[in-house]
Unconditional design. Sequence first.
Length: 179
Amino acid sequence: MSVLLQYLPSWGFFFIHAAGYIPSHQVRLFLYRLAGMHIGKGSVMHMGASFHNPGNIRIGEDTIVGEGAVLDGRHNLTIGNHVAIASEVMIYNAEHDIHKDDFSPIMEPVVIEDYVFIGPRAIILPGVTIHKGAVVAAGAVVTKDIASNTIAAGVPAKTIGTRKTTSHRYTIGRAALFR
C-alpha cells in the first residue's frame, strides 16, 4: 500500500500533463482549476503547457501561456495580469544546491508582475522577480531580478534597453480552440 502512495503525486502530474493536450481551451482551464491552479478571467493556456504542483500557481487576468511552457509550482509562482509568456518558456522555482554535499533542494518563489513579456525559450530560475512592464528576450536565462520596463537578454540575462512606454493599457488573451 505504501508503494502505491509514493506514486500518487506522479499520477497527478501525469493527468495534469495529459490535460494540456485536450483540444478544448475551456476543458483544459476547468481541469487546471480543479487541480488547484488559480487562473484569472480571460487568461489563456495553450496546448502542451506543463505544470508542476498546480496548487501553488496563481495566474492573473488576461494572461497567456504559450505552447510547451513549463510552470513550476513546487514553491509559489505568481504571474500578474496582461502577461505574455511565449512558447517553450520554462519557469522554475526549485533547483539543487550544487555546493552542498547532499545536493539538497533550494526552493524560492518566482514573481512575474503585470504587463511582462517573456520571449520564446527563455528560462526563469528560482527567487527571481520580473517587475512590471519588463521584457525578457527569447532564449534568455534570468538568474536575477529584472527592473520595471527594462529589456533583458542573454545568458545570464542582463539589461540591454528600456521600453519606450511606461503606460501599459493593452490586453492579451485570445483563446483559440486548437491552440
